[in-house]
Design a binder for this molecule. Structure first.
Ligand SMILES: C[C@](O)(CO)[C@H](O)COP(=O)(O)OP(=O)(O)OC[C@H]1O[C@@H](n2ccc(N)nc2=O)[C@H](O)[C@@H]1O
Ligand SMILES: Nc1ncnc2c1ncn2[C@@H]1O[C@H](COP(=O)(O)OP(=O)(O)OP(=O)(O)O)[C@@H](O)[C@H]1O
Length: 309
């Protein structure tokens, strides 16, 4: 009797915001040392991996027109890397559904890579453990390990050396999304251009970690910081209006996420978040305004994909 074909594996992986992003001086490798606090949010990416000959990819959802579907796509690169490392000859048809804005500073591509790694690992039965997947993820991009682990974590090195951070409670964020993205290497290059002196070695403020431990959004708001803000505004001057409007909208605090242009505004609770979001929408400084909660879990397998009837 013929075994029915595997219906596929559905994995969801979160986008992130950086509650703090401290950046040091460019290293000879071209990378910058970072000290960052990541928080995974409820805006996430979906990847379904189905059995197939060879590797193929479709991308749908928010900003999908801006996403390459060739071998440079991070989800395809992740599947290819897993094949090389494990020596499997199995294939997969990957279906990516995007919700995280493309080039928005929220690591959507990295979430796709994390989700594809886990989905293909499950589909092919390669049986790598979480630690091995995280190591593979780091080869694909600095933000991929965090998309696998999720929740709240301190990132050192290039952002890929993670230590989990204790966090109490649920945080309510209002995200101001832009239509246009910002290129991460360009923002780091602008950061270098704006420097007068060598920046100090980056460190995360203990006050921020204490605020997370206490579950105190007022205290957390006081410690939000991003050293890439001036560089991102330099490349996209309209961001100044977004940051100002977010501050005026009554949020506890605001911060640029990663290399931008997404701006995150912290609210006290769900009701406050809805009112901040409404004020921001009326200010017409963002292409889209969303309310999300955090921390969210890392890449995880969802219910089995149903076989076609
Ligand atoms: C800015 C952050 O979003 C903060 O979370 C991330 O560090 C960016 O991570 P990412 O998009 O996964 O970045 P990668 O794909 O690893 O790097 C893209 C480019 O950004 C610059 N880059 C990135 C990370 C880093 N610590 N220093 C850098 O200078 C480098 O020019 C690099 O070639
Ligand atoms: N699966 C993917 N989804 C989105 N972009 C991808 C993907 N694969 C490759 N890319 C390329 O990577 C670029 C950056 O993608 P991404 O959306 O992850 O940016 P980002 O959120 O600013 O990243 P980060 O916060 O990690 O710097 C895109 O402009 C696109 O050209």
């Amino acid at each position: 009797m013929r075994t029915p074909e595997h219906p596929g594996v559905h994995v969801r992986a979160p986008g992130k915001i950086n509650l703090a992003l401290r950046v040091g001086a460019r290293e000879p490798s071209g990378y910058h040392p970072l000290a960052t606090v990541f928080q995974a949010v409820s805006l996430s990416e979906d990847v379904v991996a189905r059995p197939a000959e060879g590797l193929s990819l479709t991308v749908e959802g928010r900003g999908c027109d801006l996403v390459p579907v060739d071998g440079t796509n991070l989800a395809l690169r992740a599947a290819e890397l897993l094949r090389t490392v494990t020596g499997t000859t199995a294939g997969a048809a990957l279906q990516v559904t995007k919700h995280v804005p493309v080039a928005g500073g929220m690591a959507g591509g990295s979430a796709d890579a994390a989700a594809a790694l886990l989905a293909c690992d499950q589909l092919w039965g390669t049986g790598l453990d979480r630690r091995e997947l995280v190591e593979l993820g780091a080869e694909l991009g600095a933000d991929v390990p965090f998309a696998l682990t999720g929740l709240t974590a301190v990132g050192a090195g290039h952002g890929d050396v993670l230590t989990s951070a204790m966090s109490r409670g649920t945080y309510h964020w209002v995200l101001a999304l832009q239509d246009e993205g910002l290129s991460t290497p360009r923002v780091f290059a602008a950061f270098d251009d704006l420097l007068d002196d060598e920046p100090p070695a980056p460190e995360v403020d203990e006050g921020l970690l204490a605020a997370l431990l206490a579950g105190d959004p007022h205290e957390l708001a006081r410690h939000l910081v991003n050293d890439l803000t001036d560089a991102a505004v330099d490349l996209m001057p309209a961001l100044d209006d977004v940051l100002a409007a977010s501050a005026r909208a009554g949020a506890l605090g605001t911060v640029l996420s990663g290399s931008g242009p997404t701006v995150a505004a912290l609210a006290l609770d769900a009701e406050h978040a809805a009112s901040v979001a409404e004020v921001l929408r009326r200010a017409e400084v963002a292409a889209e305004v969303l309310v999300v909660t955090a921390p969210a879990p890392g890449a995880r397998v969802l219910e089995p994909v149903r076989a076609p009837l």
